[in-house]
Design a protein. Structure first.
Length: 170
């Protein structure tokens, strides 16, 4: 974006770039969390959920592209080193040390809820001031909400499956 485009934004652009860089670090960590989680996964419904987690991973990576491009347009520098991801991220990276599917889904759910908070915050900060970032934030927010919903649905399905198994044993 040209200098004029940045000048007319009625907000603290440095603060916005900082928030976007935190979001960018979070997207990369979320991407990796899904990417590695889908590969170590064990337990019920594994084959179906494994593929879905890979779809989520791709979507997080696409969010990273959108956020990095916007930082660039605003005249900022997207975080340059993976070593800074953990420092910038406000969302916890939870290594999937326990590969059991419910544990992994729980970790992913936490990350999604953190992402939802992040894009809500960016949307609030840019509302009525920076329409482009606002639009991007709400587009990403919608996908994070879908991710959260899908994970909750899988967790509910696993619960039903466990209940049914219990009944069979009785
Ligand atoms: Fe994301
Ligand atoms: Fe997500």
């Amino acid at each position: 974006m040209g200098k004029h485009g940045v000048d007319i934004l009625n907000l603290d652009v440095d603060k916005l770039i900082q928030m976007l860089n935190e979001a960018l670090a979070e997207e990369w960590l979320a991407y990796y969390q899904y990417w590695i989680g889908s590969r170590v996964l064990e337990g019920p419904m594994r084959t179906d959920i494994e593929q879905e987690l890979q779809v989520h991973a791709d979507q997080e990576l696409n969010h990273a592209v959108m956020v990095a491009d916007r930082i660039d347009q605003l005249g900022g520098t997207p975080v340059l080193s993976p070593a800074d991801w953990m420092k910038l991220s406000k969302c916890k990276y939870a290594a999937p040390e326990d590969p059991y599917i419910e544990v992994i889904l729980d970790q992913n759910l936490d990350a999604e809820r953190c992402a939802i908070k992040r894009y809500q915050e960016i949307a609030d900060f840019t509302y009525g001031k920076d329409h482009t970032t606002y639009k991007m934030a709400t587009t990403i927010l919608e996908e994070e909400l879908e991710h959260e919903q899908e994970i909750e649905d899988w967790m509910a399905d696993i619960d039903i499956m466990k209940e049914n198994l219990k009944k069979l044993r009785m």
